[in-house]
Design a protein around this ligand. Structure first.
Ligand code: NAP
Ligand code: FE
Length: 366
């Protein structure tokens, strides 16, 4: 049994400014990687550039990472970083920017390689990455995972490299500009991470301790997600903390079937990541409970919920159900049930019929 999460992690107000020295000691020329505009608006980019200016560290900004970042974008950003001579990468944003930063850091460290290396299991290291989240979902600042979109094979897929940020700086104030939809979608991603890690084939005492605590924290977010309470700065910090902790859980186990099922919903139906995972959670837990009711009851207990019906109702209220044709449903279910790597994340035998049933229960309204 092992616990491993090497990112030096700070979760606090004014985190970036407070840890100026920790940032400055990581490298001498920085490539900052962000999404298209949110980092400019929520103050995170300014906090970072001020620290770099004060420390005399030259930087270049690549502000073009799209949602569900593509391999091509990562390649372009890496070219920018290489031309600039960057020796570390700062990813600021949602999971898209931080995941992209990890893959960019790998390419910068290996200038002789092309983007083709990203999906070849070679013995490559990345230059150091700092992760600064601005959503309350992926926990990418605390995981070694980088999920990219491969348009060549039309799917999202993690690269086979483990790239933990060396430093994670988590400040809730960046979340205050998030829309209600972004809060919901990303908080549901953190919920999915906690649940999938808890029910994973690799689950052990460490990740269950972490998932269990993340679920208890998540429970306190429900009134904000239902718009019964305003998002205060304290609650924003709490929601970011929950996401980082849930990231620490998947850093031990990886995610499981709901994430595997989400990727085609995002790629083909354009669903935001957290929502695409969340739609499958209740049916997945129902299937799991057939083998092991206690684990599912433990999760419901952490969330303070009476039963799976209450869990399902809350998620339906928050994220709804997307439209999907029978043809699409069959094709997606076929693809997931053929993927042995994904099936192996489930701790019990699971039939193709059971996977179809999770899809049907999640996507078809009676
Ligand atoms: P995201 O795709 O990074 O961002 C979604 C949108 O939110 C973007 O339009 C972004 O705008 C905006 N945004 C970000 N922060 C904001 C803020 N504070 N205020 C207002 N708008 C803001 O969303 P995400 O859900 O965080 O990340 C999803 C990605 O992470 C997916 O590709 C998923 O597969 C991956 N993921 C990774 C892991 C992991 O372990 N590494 C785990 C789960 C998911 P801008 O473009 O302008 O920034
Ligand atoms: Fe996720």
């Amino acid at each position: 049994m092992r616990f491993f999460m090497p990112a030096d992690t700070y979760v606090e107000k004014n985190c970036v400014k407070n840890h100026k020295e920790d940032i400055l000691k990581i490298g001498s020329r920085a490539l900052i990687v962000t999404g298209r505009s949110s980092a400019q608006k929520n103050g995170s980019l300014q906090d970072v550039t001020e620290v770099l200016k004060e420390g005399g560290v030259p930087y270049e900004v690549f502000a073009g990472v799209e949602e569900n970042p593509s391999v091509d974008t990562v390649g372009k950003a890496a070219e920018t970083g290489k031309k600039f001579g960057a020796d570390f990468v700062i990813g600021i944003g949602g999971g898209s920017a931080i995941d992209a930063a990890k893959a960019i850091a790998l390419l910068i460290a290996n200038p002789e390689e092309t983007i083709n290396c990203l999906y070849q299991p070679k013995d490559l290291q990345a230059v150091p990455v700092i992760g600064i989240p601005t959503t309350c979902g992926t926990g990418s600042e605390a995981t070694a995972v980088s999920v990219l979109t491969r348009h060549d094979v039309e799917i999202k897929k993690s690269i086979p490299y483990k790239i933990f940020p060396v430093l994670a700086l988590v400040d809730g104030k960046y979340l205050l500009s998030a829309s209600q939809n972004l809060l919901i979608n990303t908080a549901v991603d953190a919920l999915a991470h906690s649940v999938e890690s808890f029910l994973h084939a690799k689950a052990n005492e460490f990740n269950r301790m972490i998932s269990g605590y993340a679920l208890q924290l998540w429970k306190e977010e429900i009134p904000v997600l239902k718009k019964e309470q305003e998002l205060t700065e304290d609650m924003a910090q709490h929601m970011m903390l929950t996401a980082t902790i849930a990231g620490m859980a998947i850093a031990q186990t990886a995610t499981s079937l709901p994430h595997a099922m989400s990727y085609e919903m995002t790629y083909r139906k354009g669903l935001p990541h957290g929502k695409a995972c969340g739609i499958f959670l209740a049916a997945y837990m129902r299937e799991y409970a057939r083998q092991n009711k206690k684990d599912v009851d433990d999760i419901l207990g952490f969330l303070g919920m009476e039963d799976l019906d209450a869990f399902e109702k809350l998620l339906a209220e928050l994220i709804g159900k997307p439209e999907i044709s029978e043809e699409e449903l069959i094709s997606y279910a076929e693809n997931v049930s053929k993927d042995q790597g994904k099936i192996a994340t489930y701790p019990y035998d699971i039939t193709k019929e059971a996977i179809f049933e999770i899809y049907r229960a999640s996507l078809v309204t009676d």
